[in-house]
Design a protein. Sequence first.
Lengths: 110, 115
Amino acid sequence: TQLLEQSPQFLSIQEGENLTVYCNSSSVFSSLQWYRQEPGEGPVLLVTVVTGGEVKKLKRLTFQFGDARKDSSLHITAAQPGDTGLYLCAGDQGAQKLVFGQGTRLTINP
Amino acid sequence: KAGVTQTPRYLIKTRGQQVTLSCSPISGHRSVSWYQQTPGQGLQFLFEYFSETQRNKGNFPGRFSGRQFSNSRSEMNVSTLELGDSALYLCASSLDAQRGKNIQYFGAGTRLSVL
């Protein structure tokens, strides 16, 4: 059973377009993290959101944690080819155990 | 500060063999977690060690085991390998921060192929 549903699983768009990736769950998490993973590498942490309703911005990336701490979204403005990668959301269940979504494989075409 | 180091990066084994993977955490990090990543199942939690003790375990068979040494380095072992064990095995370390601030740093992984 996948506790975190991530959508879409695949997304291919043109450079300059905007996009949103969603991460949904029926479970409440104490925090939620977003990672980006490139081929041959491990996931790299982008951001951690902790408070319900929290919004964090990282340059062109905006992360939001739902009020009930069950869902999150990642919005990218004016996507660039360098944004290409696998984006993963992960919910913290405590005791160092992260539950990951299936990931969104994003391709930005020049 | 050096990141999480996993060795080897690539391994090829045959069914029935056993394998040991190694992970050196970031200096000062005492918690080490292991994950299996496959295209079909995504990233799945295997187990977590802290101060040489397994604190948390995922839903994997007993063929998957691990240990942690006094210097926080960790190893995981898979015995009687099956074709389905082919995956990228990732290790992550953390300071073991308080609940709600569980920031884990991942290594590049060991890609295991079982033939």
